[in-house]
Structures are given as structure tokens and as C-alpha cells.
Design a protein around this ligand. Structure first.
Ligand code: ADP
Length: 451
């Protein structure tokens, strides 16, 4: 096994990766920006290297600095976590060029899945159903209108290079399309330096259901079932759960096999997630693939009793998968809440600052992944996710009851967080019955001024 790996990330995910590494007897190297000098991922690592000032484009995103840190500390592999360089094919290539193992898929697989337009074509060619969409990029409003007339409104303008909800705009009619088309292009250019967009039919009242996969170097793959991530605000996930209440065993197997089919088409290796939209008639359509560990991987860990990060590291070392599809089974129900440093009473505005109290819930079936403690600072420079609360129950009702109890018990003072918003979601009748679609937040949580 590797003797030492570098974790090219910060916050809860850096700690998450280091925990598995330590259990596997692997030494860890942290990298950090000047803003994170006192952060827990730094103090928990065996070694730590400062890679630049606070802004991520001068530290966590600087490929050369991360590679230098690995070379100088003798780290044999780099785990990128999620965000930052995790889906950067150039970074994966730079690792290879320096004889460092990138814990993830090949640069080529990252590239193929990184562009949404290309990923759609690849999925379609692999026999995976895709959301009805324009055959390729759309250059003019006229072309966009022609497509919309064909499939009917509403339609979604999507940036090919998109991610994080950026460059994605819903259009309800021909006039609106003109506005949204231009807006999506402008936003995409600003965020990704690329204004290529395409169109999809906007599926109303659908669910976001994604499949977790793991594939080893020999191409042997397994699917670790699904996660339902339909509770979203502005197309960004807030609550995730597994299993989904709507999947029959047959549909679950079909979707799992579709995900593995796509992975095979790009010679995928490692952990990945294939995201689908699930329509009310039971059809499912490929949306995109994330070629990395995701924030919500832990709900899958809770229902399968498998450590996904440990498996990623083993695969990157060249070991075969340590279990097969037949070894897997779904046990109970898990729900994850993204605790963000945002003020849900003021339009979810960012709420960085010093933590004065941090009392986490505990007890049976509760897991909290966080880098915070009392006295710690939440810097304003990075992602607002500060903790993940996960609950497990023998069934969904038990998980919801435990979630309510754990959210009530979770005390964070000094900054505003999304805890109380999550607690309110748990009291919504349709959440309890499982009738949750991607419009849950705007339709059910209107009192919270969610735009
Ligand atoms: P990003 O990568 O920017 O997060 P995704 O393609 O993953 O964007 O989509 C994010 C969310 O947007 C989905 O979970 C879903 O709620 C919504 N969405 C995306 N495409 C469609 C579509 N064609 N119809 C309806 N909702 C969609």
C-alpha cells in the first residue's frame, strides 16, 4: 500500500480522506492556504505544506504548488477530494508526468465527462438514455427557439462547461428564451471562459437520482445503489438520502447497470457518480457524471457499510475491488444535511466568522463530518459547507425522527447556519411522505424567502 499520500483539499473532505488513510496505515500530507493555517486538516495531518495566500486561485488551485508539495514531502499519491482540482484533467496529467498517482480516473475520462455536451453524446452512444436535448451546441437564439418549439416549453439553457448551477437558465416561453439564452452565455463565459451552451427539455416535478459506482483497474465495476438529491435550492443540493423511495429493485438494477455502461465506455477507474433525472412516469435520463468523490457519498457508506474513500485509495494503488455486486445489500435508510455557513433568514447570504460554540449531536445512527470546533474561523474565501450531519435509521421514518432530534441537538453559535432551515424541512408533510421533487424548496419552503 502507499506509505504517504497528499490531500489536495481543505475543510471536512480533507479530514474525511485523512481519516481513511490513517486507518489504512498511510501517512498524510496536508496543503493549506495562509487563511487555513489553524484549520483542523492541518493539525490532524502528519505533515503540512503552505501553498499560498488565501484566495484559492493563488493556493488550492495552483497545480504547480500542489505538485511541488507532493514531491518535496515524498507523497506517492494525491487525493483531490471534491471541488478545487478534483475534476481538472490537467492536474491529473501533471500528477502522472511527475510519477505521482492521482487518486481518480484518467485525464482522458475526466475530460470526456467534464464537458456536459460531450458527456451527453458519450452517454447516448453507450446506450444510456439522456434528457431530450439539442443534438449539439446552440449558437443563436433562433436555433434555440427552433429546438424549444420542437420539444415544448419550459426548456433549460445549459453551459457545456457548466457546474455548480452556473450558466443554467430555465426559459418559459419564446420571449423569455431570448433573455435566458443571453444570460446563460454571459454567465458561462465569466465563470468558465467558454460560452458554449446547449438546450434540454426542462423536466418539471422530476427527481434527482444518482448512482454511486466504483470501478477497479481491471474494469470490474460495482454500483452502490442510488442517492435521491431532490431537495435543492437554485439547483444545488441541500439534503440527500438513500435509498430513494421510488425505485423498484428492477429500476435500481437498470440504473446501476446504465451507470456502469457509461463508465465502461470511457475506461473509467475509481469512484464516480452518474446523475440522472427521474421522471414521474418512471423514466430516467442521464444528466452528467461527476468523476470524483461527492459531498454526499457518506449516505451510501451508511446504507452499504463500505468505506468509499478507502476503496478509492485501494483502487488507485492497483488493487482489485474488495467486494463484488453480490456482496452488497441496502441496510436501512440514511439522510444527509449540508450545514452551510449561510443565513437562511436572509436569502442564504454567506455567514463567515468565528465559531463561539460548536456542540454536535451524537448517539446511535448519527455521524457528523466537520472541520469546525469552538474558536475556529470560517474563512470567507471558500465553499460555505462547514459540516455534514448524517443520520441512519432502520427505515425512513426512523431516520427522519432521528434527523429531527439530531438537528435540535446541533448548536452552532457565532455564525448563521442552515441547521434551522433543515429542521423546518423535516416538518413538511410531503417530505414525510417522500413526495419530494426538485421543486421542493421553492414550493414548500416559500416562507423562507427562498429565491
Ligand atoms: P450543475 O453541474 O451545474 O450542478 P446539473 O446538470 O448537475 O448542474 O443539474 C443540477 C440540477 O438542475 C439537477 O439536480 C436538477 O434539479 C436540475 N436540472 C438539470 N437539468 C434539468 C432538466 N433538464 N430538467 C429539469 N431539471 C434539471
Amino acid at each position: 500500500m502507499f506509505k504517504k499520500i497528499l490531500v489536495a483539499n481543505r475543510g471536512e473532505v480533507a479530514l474525511r480522506v485523512m481519516r481513511s488513510a490513517r486507518e489504512m496505515g498511510i501517512k498524510t500530507v496536508a496543503v493549506y492556504s495562509q487563511a487555513d493555517v489553524n484549520s483542523r486538516h492541518v493539525s490532524e495531518a502528519d505533515e503540512a505544506v503552505c501553498i499560498g495566500p488565501a484566495p484559492s486561485n493563488q493556493s488550492y488551485l495552483v497545480i504547480d504548488n500542489v505538485i511541488m508539495a507532493a514531491l518535496n514531502t515524498g507523497a506517492e499519491a494525491i487525493h483531490p477530494g471534491y471541488g478545487f482540482l478534483a475534476e481538472n484533467a490537467q492536474f491529473a496529467q501533471a500528477c502522472a508526468d511527475n510519477d505521482i498517482v492521482f487518486i481518480g480516473p484518467s485525464p482522458d475520462a475526466i475530460d470526456k465527462m467534464g464537458n456536459k455536451g460531450v458527456a451527453r453524446e458519450t452517454a447516448s452512444a453507450a446506450g444510456v438514455p439522456v434528457v431530450p436535448g439539442s443534438p449539439g451546441a446552440i449558437a443563436t437564439v433562433e436555433e434555440a427557439r427552433d429546438f424549444a418549439d420542437e420539444v415544448g416549453y419550459p426548456v433549460l439553457v445549459k453551459a457545456s462547461a457548466g457546474g455548480g448551477g452556473k450558466g443554467m437558465r430555465v426559459a418559459t416561453d419564446a420571449d423569455d428564451l431570448k433573455k435566458q439564452f443571453t444570460a446563460a452565455k454571459t454567465e458561462s463565459l465569466a465563470a468558465f471562459g467558454d460560452d458554449t451552451v446547449y438546450l434540454e427539455k426542462y423536466l418539471l416535478r422530476s427527481r434527482h437520482i444518482e448512482i454511486q459506482i466504483l470501478v477497479d483497474r481491471d474494469g470490474k465495476g460495482v454500483y452502490l445503489y442510488e442517492r435521491d438529491c431532490s431537495v435543492q435550492r437554485r439547483h444545488q443540493k441541500l439534503i440527500e438520502e438513500a435509498p430513494s423511495v421510488v425505485l423498484t429493485p428492477e429500476r435500481r438494477r437498470e440504473m446501476g447497470e446504465s451507470a456502469l455502461q457509461l463508465a465502461a465506455a470511457v475506461d473509467y477507474e475509481g469512484a464516480g457518480t452518474v446523475e440522472f433525472l427521474f421522471d414521474q412516469d418512471g423514466s430516467y435520463y442521464f444528466m452528467e457524471m461527476n468523476t470524483r468523490i461527492q459531498v454526499e457519498h457518506c449516505v451510501t457508506e451508511m446504507i452499504t457499510d463500505r468505506d468509499i474513500v478507502a476503496e478509492q485509495i485501494r483502487i488507485a494503488y492497483g488493487l482489485p475491488l474488495s467486494f463484488s455486486q453480490e456482496d452488497l445489500a441496502i441496510r436501512g435508510h440514511a439522510i444527509e444535511f449540508r450545514i452551510n455557513a449561510e443565513d437562511p433568514r436572509h436569502d442564504f447570504r454567506p455567514s463567515p466568522g468565528r465559531i463561539t460554540r460548536f456542540a454536535i449531536p451524537g448517539g446511535y445512527g448519527v455521524r457528523v463530518d466537520s472541520y469546525l470546533e469552538a474558536g475556529a474561523d470560517v474563512p470567507p474565501f471558500y465553499d460555505s459547507l462547514v459540516a455534514k450531519l448524517l443520520v441512519w435509521g432502520a427505515d425512513r421514518d426512523e431516520a427522519i425522527a432521528r434527523a429531527k432530534r439530531a438537528l435540535d441537538e446541533f448548536r452552532v453559535e457565532g455564525i448563521a447556519t442552515t441547521i434551522e432551515f433543515h429542521r423546518a424541512c423535516m416538518d413538511v408533510e410531503t417530505f414525510g411522505t417522500g413526495e419530494v421533487y426538485t421543486d421542493f424548496v421553492p414550493t414548500e419552503m416559500g416562507d423562507w424567502n427562498v429565491k
